[in-house]
Design a protein around this ligand. Structure first.
Ligand code: ATP
Ligand code: NI
Length: 359
């Protein structure tokens, strides 16, 4: 998508959203699941920040934490979620309701969770317009039609009166995006919005999101398990594993020079280039562990082809691994790699993390 230069000029000034050391845990009868375990990242206006990782890595809990939609037995335990200069964790439930679907909108994998089957698509968009922008009557109807057109739904005059079941999967997701836009959001949180769609429709929706972003200077947080989708849509990427961000970098840098063995494994399992039909992809053996204890070790070590003894006893902290083209950090005992492994391990053990840029 955008050039690195554009990304750089965008990331000047204040971030729109700044997540700082966020921790969310689920207190089950059996264990405490540290689903989000001390993560930090920023989103600037006009940029798309990808969150990528396998199933169970904590992507959705991150999104739900930002929206303050964590259900019991989950609790946000620590951190700050700075939005427009204020901590969302200090907001009252009423204030949060106004923000949700207002200046922060969400799009989920299944459009039917956002659409009510008993109302027409138009009425649902009009309800959002009434609640968040005080519009009603023919003004709202006109705006609803405009929004359906803006998201590329043909014959919007007619379709505004139809019900969700009369829409195809791709058109439904477009309608959900129209509903999200009805509130004129600054930040769009997308949790696997294209996972259920076939590849052609998926590409169209990604393209639509990019167009809308450009027109409206939207900040987008885009969650996916698919590195191919990340390559298409993200400006910067945070790779999550078992509740932690283990690598973050501008997208070009991440693909060109992945540092964490987990990221390298994810990139090796992208379908496409060089593979014959039916040839098996290199996937990482095993599953993401449930993060149910304090990480005084590397949670990826059991699956890591490069793991060594200390990985079981030292927790890797994010360190600067950039080669000069934008902030790039990885949480792995192999880094920094310009010193001996022993010295690198000492950096993590002592928590003396290098690199001034904490982004
Ligand atoms: N309501 C809950 N109660 C207990 N544990 C939960 C709950 N919701 C999520 N978790 C746990 O939190 C961890 C992170 O889950 P999350 O849904 O964020 O993963 P994800 O990265 O979004 O995965 P996927 O790609 O499958 O959507 C998992 O270990 C999950 O089991
Ligand atoms: Ni999820």
């Amino acid at each position: 998508m955008s050039t690195e230069q554009a990304t750089e000029s965008r990331t000047k000034g204040e971030p729109l959203l700044s997540v700082e050391n966020l921790r969310t845990a689920f207190y089950t009868d059996k264990e405490v699941i540290r689903a989000v375990d001390g993560i930090s990242f920023d989103i600037y206006r006009g940029e798309t920040v990808g969150i990528v990782g396998e199933s169970g890595s904590g992507k959705s809990v991150t999104a739900r934490s930002i929206m303050r939609l964590v259900d019991t037995p989950g609790r946000i335990e620590n951190g700050r979620i700075m939005y427009d200069g204020e901590d969302l964790l200090d907001k009252s439930p009423k204030q949060m309701r106004a923000i949700r679907g207002g200046s922060i909108a969400m799009v989920f994998q299944d459009p039917l969770t956002s659409l009510n089957p008993v109302y027409t698509v138009g009425n649902q968009i009009k309800e959002a317009l009434r609640l968040h922008r005080g519009m009603s009557g023919s003004e709202a109807t006109r705006e609803a039609i405009d929004l359906l057109e803006a998201v590329g739904i043909p014959d919007a005059h007619r379709r505004v009166r139809e019900y969700p079941h009369q829409f195809s999967g791709g058109m439904r997701q477009r309608a959900v995006i129209a509903m999200a836009l009805a509130c004129d959001p600054e930040l769009l949180i997308c949790d696997e919005p294209t996972t259920a769609l076939d590849v052609t429709i998926q590409a169209q929706i990604l393209e639509l999101l990019e167009e809308l972003q450009e027109e409206r200077d939207l900040g987008i947080m885009f969650i996916t398990h698919d590195m191919g989708v990340i390559a298409e849509i993200a400006d910067r990427v945070n790779v999550m594993y078992a509740g932690e961000i283990i690598e973050s970098a501008p997208v070009v840098e991440l693909f060109k020079s992945p540092k964490h063995p987990y990221t390298q494994g994810l990139l090796n399992s992208i379908p496409g280039q060089g593979l014959e039909d039916g040839e098996r992809l290199a996937t990482i053996e095993g599953d993401v562990p449930t993060p149910n204890e304090d990480p005084n070790y590397c949670r990826f070590a059991p699956r890591c082809p490069k793991a060594f003894e200390e990985c079981d006893t030292v927790h890797p902290e994010p360190v600067d691994v950039s080669d000069g083209s934008g902030p790039h950090r990885a949480a792995c005992l192999l880094y920094p790699d310009d010193v001996s492994t022993e010295e690198a391990v000492a950096v993590h053990r002592n928590g003396e993390v290098r690199g001034g840029d904490t982004r």
